[in-house]
Design a protein around this ligand. Structure first.
Ligand code: PLP
Length: 359
């Protein structure tokens, strides 16, 4: 690969972040969420670094099979469950656990002989995305327990607003709803995503389901990843491949949206939106050049972006650029680009080579 852009994946950061999750939820078992190619970090490398997790969760069947084929033995939960009866045989063959979130899936299970599975029965407690209506729960449980061979049942829900300190009431309502519906059942429960792990210990229950925490992104709006003692698992790295000298009044890039108000040197970094960098990141979005903080200028193009070299010691052709990761939190870049850390990590393009940092 001759273009200099690379994503360095730090296994020790993943392992460190898993330990942070254990500190937050010492009584719970941890289901590490590896969907979307482990939030862009690469499924197998992430899984190896997180092998101490008690289970994995994702929603791509091929990825679940790849984990089994790579020798991982812990439970693997498919967060959207199965989509057809045909898949049930595959779930059974690979010992995959399934979320059951609507009636149709219960019918498929009843009609199939392949239902020796661990099931996570998901209840919609207010997010209105996936999940059974509360009043459906008892009849679904009756139908599932009537099936010979269903191995285990866990009750689960998902929070819509655990990241936002202003939404405590909403989380409490979802929690209250879950508690009142599941009262009387003696099944293990799973509620907490990363934000709830950090903010609401009372939601930890039997299983927590961290995603973004493991990758070193802050899951909450009012605390940085540094404050949570997380380490960035991905560093998106490139270099300066051209330098331009601007005069006052010169404009930069497509649309000429940045206009120099003085003479200045700028660098062109080999990273653009086709690499996964957000096109809507505006002028002043932070970037590290030669390990010093700088800012991007003008519009991000498909393969390149411009950066300010004013005051950056020793910066020039081939200087290293860190788009996010070590020394510059992806959370901060996301904030400037009016998006979230999740989106930036997941959007890393396949054309960007991922390399283990420890190589
Ligand atoms: C059902 C479920 N549980 C857990 C997670 C992990 O969320 P987070 O990355 O916020 O920890 C997700 C991710 O969206 C999810 O859909």
């Amino acid at each position: 690969m001759s273009r200099p852009i690379q994503a360095f994946i730090d296994s020790s950061a993943l392992t460190h972040n898993l330990n942070i999750v254990r500190q937050y939820a010492p009584q719970a078992r941890i289901m590490a969420v590896l969907k979307a190619d482990a939030y862009g970090h690469g499924l197998l490398q992430a899984a190896r670094a997180l092998k101490a997790a008690d289970a994995f969760a994702l929603l791509e069947l091929e990825a679940a099979i790849a984990l089994r084929d790579a020798g991982f033995c812990q439970p693997i939960l498919l967060l959207e469950g199965f989509f057809s009866m045909k898949e049930l045989a595959v779930f059974e063959q690979y010992r995959l656990s399934a979320v059951v979130h609507h009636d149709e899936q219960v019918l498929m299970m009843s009609a199939s002989k392949h239902h020796r599975l661990d099931l996570f029965v998901k209840i919609n407690t207010g997010m209105n995305r996936l999940g059974l209506a509360p009043k459906q729960l008892s009849s679904v449980i009756d139908k599932l327990t009537a099936l010979q061979g269903v191995k285990g049942i866990t009750l689960m829900t998902h929070f819509a607003c655990a990241d936002d300190p202003k939404e405590e009431e909403n989380v409490r309502q979802q929690l209250q709803c879950f508690k009142s519906i599941t009262q009387g059942y003696d099944y293990p429960c799973s509620l907490a995503n990363s934000a709830a792990i950090v903010r609401y210990p009372e939601t930890h229950a039997a299983w927590v389901r961290p995603g973004i925490l493991l990758y070193g992104g802050s899951p909450v709006l009012d605390k940085t990843s540094l404050e949570l003692d997380l380490k960035p698992a991905m560093t998106l790295y490139s270099t300066i491949i051209a330098v331009q000298q601007l005069k006052a009044g010169d404009r930069v890039g497509y649309g000429g949206v940045f206009k120099a108000d003085r003479a200045m040197r700028i660098g062109i970094v080999a990273c653009g939106y086709a690499d996964g960098y957000p096109r809507h990141a505006p002028t002043n979005t932070p970037i590290l050049i030669n390990n010093q903080r700088s800012r991007i200028l003008g519009r991000v193009s498909m393969d390149m972006l411009a950066v300010d070299l004013t005051g950056i010691d020793g910066a020039g052709l081939n200087s290293p650029a860190i788009l996010w990761g070590d020394g510059l939190s992806v959370d901060e870049v996301a904030l400037h680009a009016n998006t979230v850390n999740y989106e930036l990590l997941c959007a890393l393009a396949p054309r960007v080579e991922k390399r283990p940092l420890q190589d």
